[in-house]
Design a protein around this ligand. Structure first.
Ligand code: PA5
Length: 444
């Protein structure tokens, strides 16, 4: 097992009757997922994806990744939300948050279309100057404003640099198989395209071509990643009993019903900071609706022990932590001895940083539990591609079970439309004239 849940620092905070009630609901929710009988069940494609993925497309993705590795120094991945967070999380988790700064023999990877900031865009354009560039634009709908705008900018850059034909060989599109403006543009221009399956929503799509292409370009072993996900699928598919996904869904719904409305995902490794972001989208967008849902937040320790640590220890007691603890020390650093002991730190001489980090984890765990903050522990074997695949599958399945336990559809995101509608109206998109007038009046 690449991921193991430990609940002994959480269960004492939960009333036993409540636990039994919620555990029964979670077991029912597990059945609802596998029966495909719940709300949004058209979007359960990720459930058996690790076994049933399109092998031909997978081979094409790997071939495209090789071509990209050979032909560019900078690879720009354009997408927002579920169309970029998973890939970025994987690159940092398996490789490094310093990926672009390390000597690696694979292209630098930058993410665009995830915001609308001109300074960031100008800096990306500067980074592309005098370097060979390839692009992967990713949008399931093919109509999202942020990536559409970024793609215009980078398409122009590539066409100026390589001509229309040259640019064509450097632009890779991941979108719906037939719908959307992006698909139409790709067909017209002859770009190589990859498909986001109909039955998989953005935030559940990291193990499809959406994540696979950028992840493979980073030199990550995608076969191992898919094996990890497949083993997780087999492990958690055996039934609700003694199932860590069901346990996690039970624990977090107990916390919620017991008045703890905020879950903090904790890591002690900066390489998991973007994984935290992926997790926040998965849980926030899946559960935050119908005026319900835990608020997912995150911290990176020990850095944030010197900022958010105070709040967690002594602030409002409406929080609990889910802590990812990585067991392996794949890159040991030993603290040098100093015979003079001028800094008084000889008590850690010749110890590894990993050993000290483990002690920071244990010390914080007990302090926070003493401060009345329940701690759910997720023990991760290592930071391999295999463990990443397993962990993604664990959280996706647990999220579906947790959402049904909460009583929401974990696969839609109707609330995201409100800002989009207002933005279209304010930007003068045809068809939004009335809304525009009303909004401008309100803004004064
Ligand atoms: O999970 C989701 O569905 C969303 O976060 C989408 O991934 C995000 O809005 C981007 O959508 P699209 O891929 O259609 O551009």
């Amino acid at each position: 097992m690449a991921v193991k849940l430990i609940d002994k620092h959480a269960v004492d905070f939960i009333d036993k009757t409540l636990y039994s009630e919620v555990a029964a609901d979670a077991a029912k929710a597990y059945k609802t997922v596998y029966d495909r009988s719940g709300a949004g069940s058209d979007f359960l494609g990720w459930l058996d994806l690790p076994e049933k993925y399109d092998r031909d497309e997978y081979v094409r993705v790997k071939a495209a990744a090789e071509k990209i590795k050979q032909s560019c120094d900078v690879f720009i991945v354009i997408g927002i939300g579920g169309s970029y967070l998973g890939a970025r999380a994987a690159v940092e988790f398996v490789k490094s948050p310093l990926y672009n700064n390390l000597k690696k023999g694979t292209p630098d990877i930058y993410f665009a279309g995830k915001d609308i900031n001109s300074a960031y865009m100008n800096e990306l354009l500067m980074l592309c100057k005098d370097r060979d560039v390839c692009i992967n634009v990713i949008s399931k709908s093919g109509t999202t404003t942020e990536p559409s705008i970024a793609f215009r900018v980078f398409r122009e850059l590539l066409e100026k640099k390589y001509g229309e034909k040259g640019a064509c060989g450097r632009i890779f599109v991941t979108t719906d198989k037939s719908r959307g403006k992006l698909k139409a543009l790709a067909d017209e221009k002859g770009y190589e395209t990859f498909t986001v399956p109909d039955d998989i929503g953005g935030r559940y799509s990291v193990l499809t071509s959406v994540g696979l292409l950028p992840i493979a370009v980073a030199g990550i072993d995608v076969d191992a990643m898919m094996r990890g996900a497949a083993d997780a699928m087999a492990c958690y598919g055996k039934g609700a009993e003694d199932n860590d996904c069901v346990k996690y869904a039970t624990l977090r719904n107990c916390m919620y019903r017991g008045g703890r409305g905020i879950e903090i995902l904790v890591t002690y490794d900066p390489a998991l900071a973007m994984f935290n972001e992926w997790w926040k989208q998965l849980y926030g967008e899946s559960e935050g609706k119908d005026n319900k849902g835990l608020y997912p937040s995150s911290v990176v320790f020990s850095s944030d022990l010197h900022s958010m640590g105070q709040y967690i220890q002594q602030g409002t007691r409406n929080i609990f932590e889910t802590v990812m603890n990585i067991k392996a020390d794949d890159s040991p650093v030993v603290i040098p001895d100093d015979p003079q002991n001028v800094d008084g730190m000889n008590f850690v001489s010749k110890k590894t940083l990993h050993y000290i980090n483990e002690n920071a984890f244990n010390a914080t765990l007990l302090a926070h539990v003493d401060g009345q903050v329940p701690n759910v522990i997720l023990e991760l074997r290592d930071r391999s591609a295999y463990t990443f695949g397993w962990l993604v599958y664990f959280f996706e399945l647990a999220c579906a079970i947790s959402g049904y336990t909460l009583g929401v559809n974990p696969f839609d995101q109707p609330g995201v439309e409100s800002y989009k509608k207002n933005m279209y109206a304010l930007l003068g998109k045809p068809g939004y004239e009335e809304e525009r007038k009303a909004l401008l009046e309100r803004l004064g």
